[in-house]
Structure formats: structure tokens, C-alpha cells
Design a protein around this ligand. Structure first.
Ligand code: PLP
Length: 427
């Protein structure tokens, strides 16, 4: 498959006049169509709800678009909870799937009525002390251990992951929670990340549904929801086949009818906590080629860096790059496309075949819509870019302004040199 940008060179040149590169841009139409398709794929399940994993793209404008399709928020920190509340999520609209959680975050989660998903059995006591009791509705996170395989492919390694409880622990946890007054139970597991196969959710569903039946038998707990969490991936590489969310929804439905319905659990609501799948393909990092360097390799230096998009630097992740306006030119050059950090892993692409790049060309770095901007950081004093929403009618809107030096210095307001730091800021 060929990866094509969701916008044109002309549009980006227009935006660039108002908001200089680099910036992240999001495609409203793509976000909407995908959210609608997800909703339809699970419409067979009466209580189905997607809790968007806020960490993937914590932008209230974008979350509000998803809310129109019935989505809530999956949060794992205080500020994510605050954002969920601010956009109007209430009670059951918020899933708090945190780990190593501070007491004050549990208190705040309780205050705003979020559903608490416990990562560990020891958190029962911790939570009870923190909020003065156990909520009536509560969820526990399961980790089956071992490696998670689909056919012969190892998808991921849950046995090596810090999250979730063992089988014995979750059974024990349900008994304890029940004795402490919990009435409605949920279970959750996240076993593999960025899966590009329609089989992941159905296989995970089988694990969780069978566990639910066992938990019901062994503890008598009233299980009302099962959370398939995140992990449905996107094709970062052009040769990858995208997931088919209809096929995934249908696959989960089959397992639901095989396992839950016969156990008298045909009214269990499903939920998901997708992040990457909801936003990944519908965001891009737009950056400009500003330097070329010919040494032992050919380098293109751009005005974005790993502080804007960290995945290539930390995981060696592939992000496809389109040189805007040169979509149909032959990829007869080989470049390392690099940022300006004083870190040699600050490379968006290594040995990438691309058309000849001229200074001033705009590079569209695909699939940066999730775990892109949000992983950004300030190393080397780099400032976070603006985020722009490309609307369905072709107009655009800034949905987060770029950071300024003043933002960067703001937390030094406790130092006598603060005024000095700001001296040249507005020049
Ligand atoms: C990261 C995360 C998600 C979202 O994962 P994606 O891969 O973006 O779908 C969902 N739930 C939890 C608990 C997570 O940590």
C-alpha cells in the first residue's frame, strides 16, 4: 500500500504562514470516520464503550470530537483525570487504569466518580486507606504471565510486564473486594501493544471471558464489564495491512457467544481503551528541511527533532515520510533525516529512500497522531510545537499553541534569576 498524506502541499504552505514549522496536524475527517467505524463494529454489545487513552493524544479539542461518538476517557494520572473532567466526562465516562498510583490520585478519581481499575492486589488496602472505603463498582487488571502468541508469532511478553495481577491474586482480590462491599466488578488486561492483526482482540477476549466465567464461579462476583484495553495497532509501514475493525468486532462477538452467553453472562458490557488506533494515523508531524550535510552519509537536517516525536529515537520505530509535492517522484536518494538534538539517536529515518530533498521542502512524518506530541519533552531546551486541526471543511484551527521560552522558564519563578531569564523573552 502507498501511504498518502491527508493534506496537500498547498494547504501546508498556507498553514505554515501562520504557524511556522514544525507543527503537529490532525485530520478531523479521519478521526470521525474511524470513531464511527469502531462504534459500529461493537454496536452488537449493548453496553459497549470506548475510553480513549488520553495519554496517546492529550488534547481536549480532539477528545471532544471523540465524545460525539460516545467515547469516554481512560486516564492514568492526575492531570489526565483533570482533563477528562474538564471536557465534561463524569462518573462512568472515566476509567482510571493507573499503576503505582499515588494516594491523592485515587482520592481525586473517587471525587470525580471515575471507575478505578486496580493494578495490584496490594492496592486494595492502599485504596481503602486513601479514600476511606471500597467503591461499589471496581475493576482489576489481570496479567496471565508467559508470552502472548498468535499462531507462532510472539506478540508480546506479559510475564515481563509490571502490570496486573496473577490468576490467584485476582481471584483473591475479588473475594476481598466483595467482602468489603464491592458490588459490580470489571476485569481488564493489556497483553500486546500495536498489534497489526485482526486476531489480537478476539484472542484477548477469550482469555478475559474465560477468566470472567471462572471468577464468577469461584467468587460469586457480579461481573458487569470487561475491558479489552488498548493495543489494536496501526500500519506504520506502507507494506502492512491495516486492521479491519469490523472483522475485529465480529471476532470478539463470536467469542462472546461461545464463552459468555452459555455461562449466563450475555449482558456483560465490553469496553476498550484504544489510543493509537483512534488517533495514530490521523496526525502527522510537519517539518521543514533546513540543512543538508554530505559526510560519510547524506543527512537532511530538519526543524523538528526527537523532542517533537520520540518514537524513532526510543524504539527505533518506523515512521513513513512523504516529501510534500514530490509524491510522484522516484525515491532515488538515500538519506538520514535528522533533528537538532545533541543526541545521535535523533533520527526520524535512517538510510531512507526518498526523492531528492531541497532546502525548504516540507516533510510529512506520518502516523504521529498518537504517542507523538504527547511523548514530547524539553531536552536541549527545545520547545513543544503547536498542534493544528485540519477540519472537515478544509479550514484549520490551532488547538494548542507552540511553547515559548517563557513557558520553558516558568518553573524557575522560585529563583532570584527568574527576571533575568525573561529579559529577552519578548524580543
Ligand atoms: C497505553 C495504554 C492504553 C492505550 O494503548 P494503545 O496502544 O495506544 O491503544 C490503554 N490502556 C492502558 C492501561 C494503557 O497503558
Amino acid at each position: 500500500m502507498n501511504k498518502t498524506p491527508f493534506t496537500t502541499l498547498e494547504k501546508l504552505r498556507e498553514i505554515e504562514k501562520e504557524y511556522p514549522t514544525p507543527f503537529h496536524i490532525y485530520d478531523e475527517r479521519g478521526i470521525r470516520e474511524n470513531a464511527k467505524a469502531l462504534k459500529e463494529a461493537f454496536s452488537w454489545n449493548k453496553g459497549y464503550k470506548e475510553y480513549f487513552a488520553v495519554k496517546a493524544t492529550p488534547n481536549p479539542f480532539l477528545i471532544q470530537i471523540l465524545q460525539e461518538y460516545g467515547c469516554g476517557c481512560d486516564c492514568s494520572s492526575m492531570t489526565e483525570l483533570m482533563m477528562a473532567k474538564a471536557v465534561g466526562c463524569k462518573g462512568d465516562d472515566i476509567m482510571f487504569s493507573s499503576n503505582e498510583t499515588p494516594a491523592e490520585e485515587y482520592q481525586y478519581a473517587k471525587e470525580i466518580g471515575a471507575i478505578i481499575n486496580l493494578d495490584d492486589i496490594t492496592h486494595i488496602d492502599f485504596l481503602e486507606k486513601a479514600i476511606g472505603g471500597i467503591p461499589k463498582k471496581i475493576s482489576c487488571r489481570y496479567n496471565p504471565g508467559g508470552v502472548f502468541k498468535i499462531s507462532n508469532d510472539i506478540m508480546d511478553n506479559p510475564g515481563d510486564a509490571k502490570y496486573g495481577m496473577t490468576k490467584e491474586q485476582i481471584i483473591e482480590a475479588f473475594k476481598i473486594l466483595k467482602s468489603k462491599g464491592a458490588q459490580e466488578f470489571g476485569i481488564h488486561a493489556f497483553l500486546a501493544s500495536n498489534t497489526v492483526t485482526n486476531d489480537y482482540y478476539p484472542m484477548l477476549a477469550k482469555v478475559l471471558f474465560e477468566l470472567a466465567v471462572e471468577l464468577k464461579e469461584k467468587t460469586g462476583a457480579n461481573i458487569t464489564f470487561i475491558n479489552l484495553s488498548g493495543g489494536v495497532g496501526i500500519p506504520y509501514r506502507p507494506d502492512q495491512e491495516p486492521n479491519d475493525i469490523r472483522a475485529i468486532g465480529e471476532g470478539v462477538r463470536k467469542v462472546y457467544e461461545e464463552v459468555l452467553v452459555p455461562a449466563g453472562m450475555g449482558d456483560v458490557a465490553l469496553c476498550t481503551e484504544l489510543g493509537r488506533f483512534m488517533m495514530g494515523p490521523y496526525g502527522a508531524l510537519v517539518t521543514k528541511a533546513v540543512h543538508e550535510k554530505h559526510t560519510y552519509k547524506e543527512y537532511i537536517g530538519c526543524d523538528a527533532c526527537a523532542a517533537n516525536l520520540m518514537r524513532p529515537a526510543i524504539y527505533g520505530a518506523y515512521h513513513h515520510i512523504t516529501v510534500m509535492g514530490k509524491e510522484n517522484e522516484p525515491c532515488d536518494h538515500v538519506y538520514d533525516v535528522v533533528g537538532s538534538l545533541c543526541e545521535n539517536n535523533d533520527k526520524f529515518a535512517i538510510d531512507r529512500k526518498l526523492p531528492k530533498i531541497d532546502m525548504g521542502d516540507l516533510l510529512f512524518i506520518h502516523d504521529a497522531g498518537a504517542h507523538g506530541f504527547s511523548m514530547g519533552y524539553n531536552y536541549n531546551g527545545k520547545l513543544r510545537s503547536a498542534e493544528i486541526l485540519l477540519k472537515e471543511d478544509g479550514s484549520y484551527q490551532m488547538i494548542r499553541r507552540a511553547e515559548t521560552p517563557k513557558d520553558y522558564f516558568a518553573t524557575f519563578d522560585c529563583f532570584p534569576i527568574y527576571e533575568k531569564l525573561l529579559e529577552d523573552v519578548d524580543k
